[in-house]
Structure formats: C-alpha cells, structure tokens
Design a protein around this ligand. Structure first.
Ligand code: PRX
Length: 675
C-alpha cells in the first residue's frame, strides 16, 4: 500500500440491570474556571461551572453552538443562521449560509501550524509494524486521491462507496471525497457481497474503492473478489479503485484502476470545494426494525463540530495525546472517533486493523505500551472476552500513558467495568461509558465532561453532553419528570451532529425518529434515570439487537432464514450472551415436507446469513418448533419467546391473546431439551 514521503517502500512490501451502588469517585485535578477548561465558553454570562455550562448549552442553545462553531471550525464563509429545526417534521438545518470544507478543517489548517505532527498511526495486523502518517503526508495523499476521483468523473454530490479495512488510504479516500464535495459511503469490510451490493445500489455509487485483500487476525480475506461479485448487480458502477494491502496480485478488469499507481500521477494540490453546511458529508447504513438497512445522512458542519467537540471533552483529549479508538472505520465509531473528531482537533489517531486476541490476548495493552496511547476507546464485548484470559496479559505491559478509558456500543456490565477500571486503568483512569448511535453522529450521554472529581457509577452513561437534553417518556407518551424512573429515551431538542434524513426515504426517517413522540427525537432505546439524575441505558425497545457491539435487525436475519427451502417461517430474537452481549436465537418452523437433519439446517442457515449479511449475524442457537406463538391477528409474540430463552417463565405475562397456548408449552419443552 502506497504512502507518500519515505514510507512507500516499507508499506509497498507489507501492505441489564446492574448495581448502582458501587460508586467510584474518580479523583483528578480540581475543576478550573470554565473559560480555561473550554475557551469558547469565555463569553457565556453566568456559565461559571461545568454544570452551569451544561445548562447554558441547552437553554441558550443558539448562543452556545454559534460560539463553538465559530471557534472550532474554519469557515470559507460564515453562517448566518445557527439553526432552523422542526423536530416534529424532521427538518434539521444547522449553520445555514456557512461554507466550509471538511478536509481543510481536518488537514490544511494543521499542516499550516504543525505539518510534521503525526495524524495517523496505522496499527497493522502484524504487531510492531505500525506506520505513521504526518498531517503533511495525509494532505498529500488526500489531494492526490481527490484529483484521481475528479479525473474519473466524480463530481460534487456523487456518492463513493468505500469497502476497505481501517488504513490510511481509507481515511485519505474519505477525506478526498470531502475535499471534492462527494459523499462517501463506507461499508464495513466484513459485510458480504450481497450486503455490499445492496448498499452500493441504494447509494447509486459510480465508484467503489477497495483493497486487493484484507488482513485481520492473521487471516487473509478476498475483498476485491467480494467487490467483483457485488458490482455484478450494480449497473451504476463505472470504476473500482484497488489499493494493494498485500503483495498478492488480483485479477484486474477494464473497470479496475490500480489506485496507488494512478495516485502517484496526480498533483499534490487539490482545490477544496466550498461546501454548504448542510451538504451531505456521508451516508452510513445501519439496521432498523425492518429488513432493509437505512442509509443515514450526515452533513458537513454540524457533524464535524459535534465529533470534534465530543472527542475533545468526553475523552479530555489534549494536543500531543495519542488517541486509540479500536473500532473499524466501517462503523460510526470509526467515523467520528478514529477519523473526523481527532483530525478536526489536530490529534494523533490510531487506526486498528487487527483483533483483540491476535497474536495473543495482550494485543491491546502491548499496543498501548508501544504507541504510548493516552485515551483507549473500545467495546465491552472485547473487554468481556479479555478478562476471561486473566490479568497477566494486562500486567505484562506498561499502561502508565493511559488517562481515559472509553466504552461504546452496548451496555458494559459491572464485572467488565470493574476490570477495565481496576486492572487495565490501575484505578487511575476514568472509565467513560459513552452512549450514542449512528443517528446521533457523536456521543450524547457520557460521564464526561463534568467536574473531574464528580462521581462515575459503573455501567452508567451518566450525564448528557453539552447541548443534549435527554427525556424519558412514559407509556402514555408523556415526559417523565421524576427521577428513579425508566422510560423511552428521547432527545428534546436538536443538536448539530444528528442525522438529517435517511437517503432516499425521508418518510422513513420521520416515521422512525420523529413521529413516535412528536416534537422529540426518539432513539429506540429505553433508559433509567437514577435518584441522582444519572442515565443508564436499559436496551433497545424495538427489534434491533446488538451482537458483539454490532447492530442488526432481527427482521434482516428472519428474511434470510425464511429464504431457506426447508423453512416455513421463523422468529429471531436476541438473548443474553456472556461475551457477545447478545446472541442470535432463531426459532424455525419447517415446511411439512422438509426432511432435513438439524446439523444440515444449522450449516445451511449459517451459510446463508454469512453470505447475505455477515458472519456476526449468524444464529448462535436454532430451535425447531412446530409453530410460533401468535396473537389471534397473526402477530408473533416475541416478548414470550424472549422470556422463554431468558428462563423467566414466571414473567411470560398475559397469554390470553395467544391464538394457541399449546405452542408456548411446546417451545418451553423444546428449549429445555436444547440446554
Ligand atoms: O442500543 C444502543 C447501543 O447501540 C445502539 C446504537 O448502535 P449503532 O448505531 O451501531 O452505534 C454504536 C456506536 C455508537 C444504541 O441505540 N449502545 C450504544 N452505546 C451504548 C449502547 N447501549 C448501552 N450503553 C452504551 N454505552
């Protein structure tokens, strides 16, 4: 894989419900005055503490965001209107009249002040073979890539699909799109050809960017081959750019472009497009409660500002720190906290290509020691896995550079939280359990920023970020005003980082997020607010589940399972899983004539799901049943199935609406036999 300025030769050859009681008071230096903590807050009358600043950011949202946007971003033309939003209609516009370029904000302005500062540390699969890319080099790569895209006809407003693992050329591709005004659509490189082609078609991309092969956990994956299969059903695709991650050649067709070779022919200067604040920056597909993934749309200024601000204040990131977010760039966490947030802040960010256990369970901590990581941001599923291997893998390495530990994507159980805090962080580093979503663009609820000596309760996301006003709704759709209560988590006023729409389907956007509680943004999650006013996420309220931190709609899996010739119908639910957080449990009714062995069925269904979605979505457990519990109107009672699998047989609830109560007895029996 080609990198500019001296790196080329190296790289070319290698290319529930938890206890709230065990509160931990994390002591750090005392709060200083607000303006010193947050320079843009200097002019805010009365916001003399961080708590007051939080109140101000919500009650005087325009003043807050206007000052922050002027301070944090470089504008080609200033905005004239801070916000023009109407949540009930799904109209969300921030910083109108403003023009800017996101790649200039992430690169050029830092190149002017510190060209040789390291922007990216590419932590490749092979430990000890990291590659550092400075801001000057990254700008050069981005410009060459921007020119290459322009030469191949990519114009402002087009959408480029990127199917690459985390690597500098993927970041340069994202920023190159931003530079020339094209949107990007990064598809996680673990998705199958079918899932990829669905996303390319929906985004109507004419260009796809990929690598010859991926390397992860010592295994090679044929990414270019997956793209070849995917684009067969994508008539819009004109070109596929192929970077070389390994030395192994791949078959190149007339449509394929050797990316590094062609980039070298391009100029290192690329005129940035002057983008409107509300032009699309990227689409990112995520799962909902129907079978079809939705392309959430994020726009330029508001998204970048929110990613930058949350990165700075939730993690307490300072100039010179090394930020280690281990999420893949194919997910929103990678977008906001491996790429846009850190780069907008002129930071040094790690791109992690490997797995937590390769070559051994000490990988993360050996990397922390070697790269001198200051903030580590990862998923509870990996923490749960690593704690099972024992403390010795952590103790082996020096973690004294660590200042903040972050958790994201799913609830972190108390045991994992305590281990992360005590063993990994030596009881020195605050653990920030950050709650947010692809839809929110950045972190909305987290223990920080707050006064540094404010308490953090294990397993609780705790406090809203600046400008975020969470509310809990009761079953009648009214706002719960008291504490020590649970409800549907909504956000009461717009914030700059929120998604603007679903690509090509604004109606689905408003129906999903704006209509359930008119005037509020509905997150799809449930939450608990403690006596002290702290938030804890209790889980999804819809049919979306979270497997190893990866979000997937049960309807998407059912759609595939139902395509199996032996299957008459199915119901898929999530259940508690020790490591993954949630596992996939499929109840399957076979066709009368079907003759199939259990093991064959399991193999068939797993193959189908892996082929049509991704491996992580494959059922962990398949139970063949005679019939599914349904209401008289034919609706599957998933609530009952969930209770059976969680062995909460006393809590099956009202079964009077069941069409055939015998179905439940049979399923309980079948489930016991499986255990
Ligand atoms: O259910 C919540 C869960 O992950 C969902 C969002 O998934 P996704 O869009 O893929 O983004 C994941 C990375 C931001 C949420 O609706 N979730 C996310 N963070 C937490 C969480 N659940 C509990 N605690 C969290 N900290």
């Amino acid at each position: 894989m080609w990198l500019p300025g001296g790196c080329a030769s190296t790289v070319l050859t290698s290319l529930g419900c938890r206890s709230f009681r065990s509160c931990v008071r994390v002591l750090a230096r005392r709060a200083c005055n607000t303006a010193a903590f947050m320079p843009e807050a200097a002019g805010f009358e009365g916001a003399s503490s961080r708590a007051a600043l939080q109140d101000f950011s919500v009650s005087s949202s325009d003043s807050f965001w206007s000052a922050v946007a002027r301070h944090r971003l470089s504008w080609i033309r200033p905005f004239h209107t801070v916000q023009d939003c109407d949540l009930s209609r799904g109209r969300i516009k921030w910083f109108e009249g403003g023009k800017l370029n996101v790649s200039v904000n992430c690169l050029d302005r830092h190149v002017h002040t510190c060209p040789e500062r390291v922007a990216l540390i590419w932590e490749r699969d092979e430990p000890g073979s990291e590659v550092k890319v400075t801001y000057r080099q990254l700008l050069e790569m981005t410009c060459r890539m921007g020119n290459l895209l322009r030469r191949h006809g990519v114009r402002r407003g087009d959408c480029v699909t990127i199917y690459m693992p985390s690597c500098p050329l993927a970041v340069a591709s994202m920023l190159a799109c931003a530079r020339i005004g094209a949107a990007h659509n990064v598809v996680f490189a673990g998705f199958s050809a079918v899932a990829l082609s669905e996303r390319i078609r929906d985004a109507q991309s004419s260009v796809v960017i990929t690598v010859n092969q991926g390397v992860r956990g010592g295994k090679v994956t044929e990414l270019k081959r997956t793209v070849d299969t995917a684009v067969q059903s994508c008539p819009t695709v004109r070109q596929v750019f192929v970077a070389m991650r390994t030395e192994n050649p791949v078959v190149m067709t007339a449509r394929d472009v050797a990316m590094e070779e062609e980039m070298l022919k391009e100029d290192v200067v690329c005129e940035p497009a002057a983008m409107d604040s509300e032009d699309t920056l990227f689409l990112l597909y995520t799962s909902g409660s129907t079978g079809k993934p939705k392309g959430l749309v994020h726009t330029q200024a508001g998204y970048l500002l929110f990613a930058a601000l949350t990165h700075r204040y939730v993690f307490n990131y300072h100039d010179g720190d090394v930020f280690g977010c281990v999420a893949d760039i194919g997910w929103i966490t990678g977008h906001s906290y491996s790429v846009y947030g850190p780069l907008a802040n002129g930071g040094t960010t790690v791109l992690f290509e490997s797995t937590p256990t390769y070559p051994d369970p000490g990988r993360y901590w050996e990397m922390v020691q070697r790269l001198k990581i200051n903030q580590f941001y990862g998923a509870p599923t990996a923490i749960r896995l690593l704690l099972k291997y024992g403390d010795q893998w952590v103790h082996k390495y020096d973690r004294s550079t660590l200042k903040t530990l972050g958790s994201v994507g799913e609830p972190i159980n108390t045991e994992a939280w305590e281990w992360y805090y005590s063993v990994v962080g030596d009881r020195r580093c605050p653990v920030v359990d950050t709650w947010w979503q692809t839809e929110t663009g950045g972190i909305c609820i987290a223990p920080r920023p707050s006064d540094p000596d404010a308490e953090i309760v294990p397993g609780m996301a705790m406090r809203p970020f600046f400008g975020i006003k969470p509310v809990l709704m009761d079953t009648e759709g009214k706002v719960e005003t008291s504490n020590n209560t649970s409800g549907a988590l909504c956000i009461a006023q717009p914030w700059p980082g929120m998604a603007r729409t679903i690509h090509n389907n604004h109606q689905r956007f408003t129906e999903t997020y704006c209509h359930p509680y008119p005037g509020y943004f509905f997150t799809g999650d449930g939450a608990y607010r403690s006596e002290e006013g702290y938030y804890q996420i209790t889980g999804r309220l819809d049919d979306v589940i979270n497997v190893s931190g990866h979000r997937i709609g049960t309807a998407e899996i059912e759609d595939i399972v139902n395509q199996c010739s032996a299957v008459a119908e199915s119901a898929v639910i999530g259940y508690s899983h020790d490591i993954k957080g949630q596992g996939v449990y499929a109840f399957v009714v076979l066709k009368k004539i079907a003759e199939v062995q259990d093991s064959d069925l399991s193999r068939q269904l797993n193959d189908m799901v892996a082929k049509k979605i991704a491996k992580y979505a494959c059922p962990d457990c398949i139970q063949i049943v005679q019939r599914l519990p349904k209401t008289r109107s034919g609706k599957i009672m998933r609530r009952v199935l969930r209770k059976i699998v969680e062995r909460e047989l006393d809590g099956l609830g009202d079964l009077s609406t069941l069409d055939d109560p015998a179905s439940v007895r049979e399923i309980i029996q079948g489930h016991s036999d499986l255990l």
